[in-house]
Design a protein around this ligand. Structure first.
Ligand code: GDP
Ligand code: PGA
Ligand code: MN
Length: 608
């Protein structure tokens, strides 16, 4: 029996974890919520909270016959994406966070944020949300508790993680867990009318990697508020992974099955809004090939007993970009959504209680757009976006018709190939294979992509995004590259082959040269052919680049000359990158491993 009293908690806490109870009590005393509720993850809880969210005006319930048990939220227009400029890695030293992260002294940040949190939950309920990242049956399950004053967060965490009583039981009476503290930062005074999407102009997404803590203030948006996702499973987990000898990466995990029923697991790192979810749910367009999804955003990889690299998806749901998703680009996502049990954020509402977004089939004559305004199609869609470009769906993975049976496997799946990719209109060919693991590390370390709406910043501007992890590495980027080199040394010839892909190359007329989506299966087939040693490749400055003749183009409408152009390498364009890469590696600082510098030197030599 414990004597800790938690102010605002009715009845008995469902745990006897003394340290946890003391922490919950301490946070409740600081933030002063009206009530404290332990979330159990049950369907009854979901029904209760979603009903409350509808009554409150945060959620609109969608038509039951179209999207069963599904809801739409429109956020505050200023709270629509991750806020990288307000994201902090508060390691003990500035060097620990490295040049790519915002750093603040942890004691100073704690002091400052403690004052922000003081009274920040007044008039609200503080939920205690226990969750597990990855299967509960894992040998070393990674558990967390998020304290949040947002019911939207609780129901979203039920979709995105293994949330509730089972996770709390796993933590037990003295188990370890990652502490996450989240508030929308909008206390309510007595009698004050609440808004549908409370948040604060001032935002802080703060991580304390040494103590494995997350403090998030002022935002309700997914990547800022669902602390299991980017904050834990990438930023905190990357620091854990470095210490424990594994990898936490921003990668989808795909199961590809050949016509001969041979299975290949492929992981791919693309920056936010560059096609992970779409590739993860790929519907192959080539005869006899099948694909299934293990994960669409995050991969935790560790060595298996046989020395190969095995990947687990720590998540339980998809948090996907809605615009662009439709029955032809991603039929499996559409089927996943038809099954219901989803939360949509910042998409448009149709007059018959369904959702709509740009590029979804059948443009309605009238909508309520994501800002709550009437919307009608004008000319060529001149009325502006009905859905925000970073609007999202949140849906359980197990509803996907192509979920791989290995999704729940605690050991994970053996990875045969790692793809790096980004949005590059020029320079980067459709597909090349790295010469070696360390060449792959170099390719990842210097990966570049055009910015998207998934984070604040100028859309389209090309930036370096190492391993698609720029906003997610929880420590010094040079040490992170070193960790990649070290993992390669440990894994030796059992490491996956590394490839560089680019679905976004454009022709002189500005259109995409490669059709993408399901047709990307043709590129994956080439990757498998390389793994099996069945095809030759051109040795180029990029690595081993595919020849158009070796990519299966059967039944493809795209002219071969477009594919050739998508695969072409212009040494002039590559030379233009050199000063940018020099600048980038200088910026990354003295911890960048010599192996990366050697690969860069080799590239310069290849370019003459
Ligand atoms: P994620 O955030 O990395 O998971 O990216 P998504 O898979 O959600 O895709 C982000 C955006 O890129 C969406 O608008 C997609 O329609 C678009 N997209 C995804 N795959 C492709 C592709 O192969 N080709 C093209 N042109 N666009 C793509
Ligand atoms: P994603 O990230 O764009 O990689 O899916 C989700 C987020 O905004 O946190
Ligand atoms: Mn995604």
């Amino acid at each position: 029996m414990t004597t800790t009293t938690i102010p605002g908690l009715e009845g008995q806490a469902p745990t006897d974890h003394a340290e946890m109870l003391a922490w919950v009590a301490e946070v409740a005393e600081l933030t002063q919520p009206e009530r404290v509720v332990f979330a159990d993850g049950s369907d009854e809880e979901w029904d209760r909270l979603t009903t409350e969210l509808v009554e409150h005006g945060t959620f609109v319930k969608l038509d039951e016959s179209k999207k069963p048990n599904s809801f739409l939220a429109q956020s505050d227009p200023k709270d629509v994406a991750r806020v990288e400029s307000r994201t902090f890695i508060c390691s003990e030293t500035a060097e620990g966070a490295g040049p790519t992260n915002n750093w603040r002294d942890p004691a100073e940040m704690r002091g400052h944020m403690t004052e922000l949190f003081r009274g920040s939950m007044r008039g609200r309920t503080m939920y205690v949300v226990p969750y597990c990242m990855g299967p509960l049956e894992a040998e070393d399950p990674k558990l967390g508790i998020e304290l949040s004053d947002s019911a939207y967060v609780v129901v979203s965490m039920k979709i995105m993680t293994r949330m509730g009583t089972a996770a709390l039981e796993k933590i037990g009476s003295d188990g370890e867990y990652v502490k996450g503290l989240h508030t929308v930062g909008a206390p309510l005074e007595p009698g004050q009318h609440d808004v549908p999407w409370p948040c604060n102009e001032e935002k802080y997404i703060t991580h304390f990697p040494e103590t494995r803590e997350i403090w998030s203030f002022g935002s309700g948006y997914g990547g800022n508020a669902l602390l299991g996702k980017k904050c834990f499973a990438l930023r905190i987990a990357s620091a854990m992974a470095r210490d424990e000898g594994w990898m936490a990466e921003h990668m989808l995990i795909l199961k590809l099955i050949s016509p001969e029923d041979k299975v290949y697991f492929i992981a791919a790192a693309f920056p936010a809004a560059c096609g992970k979810t779409n590739l993860a749910m790929l519907q192959p367009t080539i005869e006899g090939w099948r694909a299934e999804v293990v994960g669409d955003d995050i991969a935790w990889m560790r060595f298996g007993e046989d020395g190969r690299l095995f990947a687990v998806n720590p998540e339980y749901g998809f948090f996907g970009v809605a615009p662009g998703t439709n029955y032809s680009s991603n039929p499996n996502a559409m089927k996943t959504l038809e099954a219901g049990n989803s939360i949509y954020t910042n998409v448009a509402l149709t007059d018959d209680g369904d959702v709509w977004w740009e590029d979804l089939e059948g443009t309605p004559d009238h909508l309520i757009d994501w800002l709550g305004n009437d919307w009608t199609p004008v000319g060529d869609g001149g009325a502006g976006n009905a859905a925000h470009p970073n609007s999202r769906y949140c849906v359980p993975i197990n509803q996907c018709p192509v979920t791989a049976e290995e999704f729940n496997s605690p050991e994970g799946v053996p990875i045969s190939a790692i793809l790096f990719g980004g949005r590059r209109a020029d320079t980067v060919p459709l597909v090349s294979e790295a010469h070696s693991w360390n060449h792959g590390v170099y390719i990842g370390a210097t990966l570049s992509s055009g910015q998207t709406a998934a984070a604040e910043g100028k859309v389209g501007a090309v930036r370096r995004d190492p391993m698609a992890m720029l906003p997610f590495i929880g420590y010094n980027v040079g040490d992170y590259f070193q960790h990649w080199v070290d993992m390669g040394e440990r894994g030796g010839d059992k490491m996956p082959k590394v490839f560089l892909v680019n679905w976004f190359r454009k022709g002189a007329d500005g259109r995409f040269l490669w059709p993408g989506f399901g047709e990307n299966s043709r590129v994956l087939k080439w990757v498998v052919d390389r793994i099996e040693g069945r095809v030759e490749a051109d040795e180029t400055v990029a690595g081993f680049t595919a020849r158009a003749a070796d990519i299966d183009l059967t039944g493809l409408d795209t002219p071969v000359k477009d594919v050739e152009e998508a695969l072409a390498i212009d040494p002039e364009e590559w030379r233009r990158e050199l000063p940018l890469i020099t600048e980038w590696l200088d910026f990354c600082g003295p911890k960048v491993p010599s192996e990366v510098h050697e690969q860069f030197a080799a590239l310069k030599e290849r370019l003459g």
